[in-house]
Design a protein around this ligand. Structure first.
Ligand SMILES: [Zn+2]
Length: 66
C-alpha cells in the first residue's frame, strides 16, 4: 500500500456545510481541485498548501462559476 493521502476539511461556499475530503500527497506544495459538496452537490474549487511535514492547510474555497 503506497496510498498517501491526507484528510482535508472545507466549508461549502453554497450551503455552509463542512465537508471532509482528501488530497493526494504527490510532492506538490500547492494543489487545486474541484469537489462537489456532499449535501447540495455544488462544485467548490479548493486550494491547499502542503508543508514539508505534510500538513495540509486550505487557503481558499470558491464557488465555481461556469
Ligand atoms: Zn453545499
Amino acid at each position: 500500500m503506497s496510498e498517501n493521502t491526507k484528510d482535508v476539511k472545507f466549508v461549502c461556499q453554497y450551503c455552509g456545510y463542512e465537508n471532509l475530503t482528501y488530497v493526494h500527497l504527490n510532492g506538490e506544495k500547492r494543489q487545486e481541485f474541484l469537489k462537489d459538496c456532499y449535501i447540495c452537490h455544488q462544485p467548490n474549487r479548493i486550494k491547499v498548501l502542503i508543508d514539508e511535514k505534510n500538513n495540509v492547510s486550505v487557503v481558499e474555497v470558491k464557488m465555481v462559476n461556469w
